[in-house]
Design a protein around this ligand. Structure first.
Ligand code: B12
Length: 211
């Protein structure tokens, strides 16, 4: 099995020009999309570390983000190709003041791939908008993503707003994102947590069975 090393190298270097072709080659050689995503995610963690230590700056992170997004554009049709009926409805978004959406997009792809109907609100979504969309779409699950320690408490703010609006009991809330742990998600009042797309599929299936 391939270790996706060229692909990871390109993502870490922020060299986006050949990313789409290399990703397609990786798929064609039989590597599972989940495997490719996990490897690329590890590459992005390395980019984050380089940013923390001052080796990389914001433009470097942006170039790597572009690579990751381009790779996922190629992976998306493979991950999302589903012939199942709807398993349930999910509204998902990244919380207010947080622009990170790559992980959320990947989770969305996985959930759609197994047959969930997912309404993606994008990034930087306010608590008011989350509540409005829950009222409008009446989803089974609300997914909240946060990548910054400065925005992770916003998960609790959204859940509190849902409580105040009287809609908390109508929807299960799942939270995720690099700084989020199961313990933290629960302390914010969420029903569930998942660390990645694969786990999110498993947990969301359990959540709809329980409701
Ligand atoms: C790419 C990136 C960016 C890109 C984002 C582009 C985009 N469209 O998303 C850009 C360049 C814009 C960016 C900007 C910033 N960033 Co940034 N960024 C990253 C980086 C390198 C990778 C994130 C990523 O895409 N990872 C790959 C994906 C696949 O992984 P993931 O997001 O974790 O998602 C997985 C899981 O977490 C989970 N998941 C995610 N969401 C959800 C939701 C649900 C419901 C579930 C169940 C699961 C789930 O499943 C996903 C798939 O497996 C991280 C480093 C890191 N270690 O995370 C820093 C990082 C998050 N950024 C950081 C910082 C500081 C910033 C800036 C403040 C920098 C600045 N000075 O401006 C800004 C903030 C902008 C803002 N307001 O949001 C810090 C945060 C530190 C902290 N303490 O909070 C990090 C950790 C880098 C570092 N080491 O310092 N960033």
């Amino acid at each position: 099995m391939s270790d996706c090393s060229i692909l990871v190298e390109k993502v870490v270097e922020g060299d986006w020009k050949e990313i789409a072709r290399l990703t397609q080659e990786e798929i064609d050689s039989g590597t599972k999309p989940e495997e490719i995503i996990l490897k690329l995610q590890a590459g992005m963690e390395l980019v984050g570390e380089k940013y923390s230590t001052g080796e990389y700056f914001l433009p470097d992170m942006m170039k790597s983000a572009r690579c990751m997004s381009l790779a996922f554009e190629v992976l998306k049709p493979v991950v999302e190709s589903s012939s199942f009926g709807s398993l349930g409805k999910i509204v998902i978004g990244t919380v207010k003041s947080d622009m990170h959406d790559i992980g959320k997009n990947i989770v969305t792809g996985f959930l759609r791939g197994v047959g969930f109907d997912v309404i993606d609100l994008g990034a930087d979504v306010s608590e008011d908008r989350f509540v409005e969309e829950v009222i409008r779409h009446q989803p089974d699950i609300l997914g909240l993503s946060s990548l910054l320690t400065t925005t992770m408490r916003q998960i609790g703010v959204v859940i509190k707003k849902l409580e105040e609006s009287g809609f908390r009991s109508s929807v299960k809330v799942i939270a995720g994102g690099a700084p989020i742990t199961e313990k933290f998600a629960m302390s914010m009042g969420a029903d569930a947590y998942a660390a990645d797309g694969g786990q999110a599929v498993k947990v969301c299936k359990q959540l709809v069975q329980r409701s």
